[in-house]
Design a binder for this molecule. Structure first.
Ligand code: MN
Length: 271
């Protein structure tokens, strides 16, 4: 797999994601992206052969060696995807919020290409959250309706294992320390709640993501921030929260689910 599939699925005038080109040199980095698309999942990517080999892990990786995490291999991603964090606008493939959940390097425990083609990829991670030995094992027993892209991601027993590992407690970006909701554009509302004297809406950093891309969200945002010019009233709090919730839903997609499911037949189940 080169990057044709990756490029076919995306319209680069509509998504902030990078266009796919093959890297000349390959390092040994890894990235895990927390991706709130139609369904929340984690994308596990290993830099290899000029691309990022990618698996979508619905429950996310675990440091508990008793967990066997289903990992669906998806299309290779360009190496430039490594630090992509932000919002894929509604209507685009994989629409939703992406967080760089973990980054680091990896060492193959053997010949990487050989282990990958055999479906038994053993490696050691050196990340901010994930460390130690893991295995990605291709599932040979095919369930009815299986596409043959099912693997299991399993933590090996070593010093880095954590029996009580709970991924939900680690909702912060390895790059920007933001929570997923903050990346989704919730941050201004949260800061406004805690500091009602703020003169102007905050969230300058993420503002551009909405401009031209999601006019409705922009509109909602400006109407939600208008009350800051008036004196603080308890009413505002209750008036703001539903708007933010609506916006978050618009981004992360309850309504979009059907459209995504429709197209899932010809593309992939997990974006
Ligand atoms: Mn994804």
């Amino acid at each position: 797999m080169a990057l044709e599939k990756y490029n076919e699925k995306r319209r680069f005038n509509q998504t902030p994601e990078p266009e796919g080109t093959l890297a000349r040199e390959t390092g040994r980095r890894f990235v895990v992206q927390k991706h709130h698309a139609s369904q929340l999942h984690y994308d596990f990517r290993l830099e290899m052969d000029g691309v990022l080999k990618s698996w979508a892990v619905p429950k996310g990786p675990s440091l508990n060696s008793a967990d066997k995490r289903l990992a669906m291999q998806v299309e290779d991603h360009p190496v430039s995807y490594f630090d992509f964090e932000g919002i894929i606008p509604e209507g685009n493939y994989g629409a939703g919020t992406v967080m760089v959940w973990d980054v680091g390097t990896w060492d193959p425990l053997g010949d990487a290409d050989e282990m990958l083609s055999k479906g038994d990829l053993k490696f050691r991670l050196h990340g901010k959250k994930l460390n130690g030995e893991f295995v990605l094992a291709h599932m040979r027993a095919r369930l009815p309706g299986s596409k043959g892209n099912e693997w299991l991601l399993i933590k090996k027993k070593d010093d880095a294992m954590e029996p009580g590992f709970n991924i939900d407690k680690l909702d912060y970006s390895a790059l920007t320390d933001r929570k997923l909701a903050e990346i989704a554009g919730n941050k201004d509302a949260a800061e406004w709640e805690s500091n009602r004297k703020a003169k102007a809406p905050v969230m300058k950093g993420a503002e551009w993501l909405f401009e031209n891309k999601d006019k409705k969200a922009e509109k909602r945002k400006s109407s939600a921030t208008k009350p800051t010019t008036r004196k603080a009233q308890p009413k505002k709090k209750s008036a703001t929260i539903p708007k933010v919730t609506t916006k978050l839903k618009a981004i992360t997609g309850t309504k979009r689910t059907n459209a995504v499911k429709k197209s899932a037949g010809k593309t992939r189940r997990s974006a």
